[in-house]
Every structure is written in structure tokens, then in C-alpha cells.
Design a protein around this ligand. Sequence first.
Ligand SMILES: [Cu+2]
Length: 307
Amino acid sequence: MKILKNIALLAIVITVFTSCKSDKKEQPTIEVKEVITDNIIEVIAKDFTFTVDSVIPSGWSTFRMKNIGIMEHFFFMTKLPDTITFDDYVNEVGADFGKAWNAYKDGEVDKAGAYGILGANIPAWYSNATLMGGIGMISGGETGITTMKLTTGNYVMECYVKASNGQFHSELGIINPITVSDEVTQMTPPEANVELILTNESIEVKGDIVAGENIIAVHFNEHPEVGLGNDIHLIKVDENTNMDDVTFWMDWLNIGGLTSPGPAVFLGGAHEMPVGYIDYFNCNLEAGDYAFVAETPIGRIKTFTVK
Ligand SMILES: [Cu+2]
């Protein structure tokens, strides 16, 4: 995939020399520098691959993910410690989640037991990995746009929605190594018309969500001490939407949770980032009913109407 760069050409006049000894002037020396001011990274998600550049610049970037598959997909970035490889992550962290899920699915443990398996098997280095956000859940045929800031390093980009056989999409191939290079974009964050404040008890909305284009700033103010951190996903709500089904579906440990097909049309959002971080997602909405939902279920649905 191609990284689209909107390049501002800066013409910098370095020197204009004039000679004291003659009237002859030397030509100005022009140096042209490339400055990346708008960095769009295209991601194509389908069942079951991501197509995306494996090396991307650091700084602010706008990820635009089109889901051309049938199943829901999102992406979630984990920044790895310097000494850890992509294969380490797959073999140790991915396998650990698979082990916990299989034990729960097969009735060997309850949810607390599944989290116990995770805790007992997760490698010590995982506490030094950083969960660095991503694009929220997107239904087939939809496109999600999220803007976030990444620092130089090695990352894993994955989707852990489950297929109908209960396997995580990451196990089926939707997991990519991404290197964020030391080439820095000069892109600045977009201007939001809505702020979403995420805490462990609430999704607070500041500003008016309007018909048409919205840019929503997501503030990660708090995360639970155990389990998944706070994230946010946008769904369309209609007469067929059952909010209890949505809540159930958002828990990956439920049988049928995070398993395609989902209980609503998903329109993107933002995945977990460290406390204090902000990212932005775009949504172009028609009049109607919608809801923000999160993977942590308690008090984590916020419905709203666009007029
Ligand atoms: Cu997926």
C-alpha cells in the first residue's frame, strides 16, 4: 500500500552572496525540503488479512481502513519492548490468549479462571509493551478513519474479532509487524468538534455530534486495573438493535462475544491508549440513532441521536 504524503515544499533561500570587490552577484542557492504535513496510511482489511505498509513514519498519522471483507474487523497496535520480536509476541502473547479462551470455551474454567490463565502465562516483558490504540470495529463495506501519534519502534497490528469457529482473526492471519521509522511527520492533530472522555464508569460527550462530518477527540483518562482497557466503538442503532445483545457481544470471553456476525453496524472508533493520550476518529453521520460502546461492559454504552 502506498503512504500518501501531502508534501509541502519549502523553498529556503540559504544564502545570497554579494561580492564587495565587484558588482557581480552570485545566484541565490535554493534548497528544497520535503515536509510531510498530511500522512494517510491506507489499510485494507478482509477475511483474513491486513494489507498495509510494513514501515510507516513516526508522529501523527491518519489511518484509513476499508473493510472489504464480510466480517467485522478493527486494528489494535501494541508497541513492543526493544528486545522483543513479532514472533515473540505471536508465540507468547497470542498463544496465551488462545489458551485462556480455549479453556473458558471448553468449560474448564470460569471467566476469573480464564484471566488467571492469562496472568500465569503472560511473559514478564509484556508489562513493558504499550497498548497504542487503533481503529475501532468496522463492519464489512465500511471505512474507519483514526488519527493518532506513534513513536519510533516495532509494533504489532492485529484484530482479535473471532471467526464462527471461535478462532481469533489474529490466529487466522490478521496480524502484521509494523515498524514506525524515525522519519517524523510534521502533521498536526485535527481540530475536533466533539470530545469523548473515557473513564471506568462513564463515556462523557462534550460538544454536538452533527449530521455530516464529525471529528471526535477521544481522551483516555482512566483504565481498569484488570482486564481490558477503555476503548470506544460507534454503532448505528435501529429498530433491530438490542442493546443487551450489544453489551454481551462486546465481551471477548462470552461464547459468541466478538464473533461475526456482530449485533449492529459498526462505524469505527478508537482503541486503548495509555492514560493521558488523545486520538481522533472521523465519522460521517446521517440523521438517526447511534451509540458509543466499549469492550468493558459496565456503564459503557452511550446512545445519542443525530438530527
Ligand atoms: Cu478481524
